[in-house]
Design a protein around this ligand. Structure first.
Ligand SMILES: [Zn+2]
Length: 183
């Protein structure tokens, strides 16, 4: 029994390593931390491009707005937290101590590779959330506040319920959050 458990653990470890490997490659990553998120951004992507892709000016409540002279990192962090807080508010779900990882890759194929390694098939999705890794994967060209809030909603829902809801229900809730993002 213990031997079987060890084998299962080993298999899990190998799958995780393969998934990481698919994205890691020779890439290095830039890290941006916020209260709710740790972003890992491919070093080939300019932070100001990421910052441009995510707009929060019509999203309330905004929380602490970054100062004008603040760095791009702190502006990005503030934007992530604004979007995350809004997702919690629309859902009215506030799981304790929640924090997620966001990986922003250069190409769509990079995140497709992660999906294929984990689930055995690729995906048409522009982004996805992996509960087991508590990680949102997105490619830079498809990135937006809508994409982020949708995936953050998946994270919040999955951590709020003791039993994760059926996929279709969860998808409806995540779409609902995106639809009410800017109210
Ligand atoms: Zn979804």
């Amino acid at each position: 029994m213990r031997k079987r458990l060890c084998l299962v653990l080993l298999a899990c470890l190998l799958v995780c390593r393969a998934a990481w490997g698919a994205l890691e490659g020779a890439n290095s990553w830039q890290r941006v931390d916020s209260r709710y998120c740790t972003m890992w951004i491919d070093s080939a992507i300019q932070l100001k491009k990421v910052n441009r892709k995510i707009s929060t000016w019509r999203i309330r409540p905004r929380g602490e707005a970054p100062q004008k002279d603040d760095s791009i990192e702190s502006e990005l962090a503030a934007k992530c937290d604004t979007i995350f807080r809004r997702a919690q508010e629309v859902l009215d779900m506030y799981p304790a101590g929640i924090h997620t990882t966001i990986r922003i890759a250069r190409e769509r194929e990079d995140i497709e590779g992660v999906h294929a390694t984990r689930y055995g098939h690729g995906t048409e999705a522009v982004a996805f959330y992996v509960f087991e890794e508590n990680t949102i994967y997105a490619a830079i060209d498809d990135l937006s506040e809508s994409v982020l809030v949708h995936e953050m909603a998946h994270c919040i829902i999955d951590h709020y319920f003791r039993v994760r809801p059926p996929r279709k229900i969860e998808e409806m809730l995540a779409m609902h959050v995106d639809a009410h993002l800017r109210e």
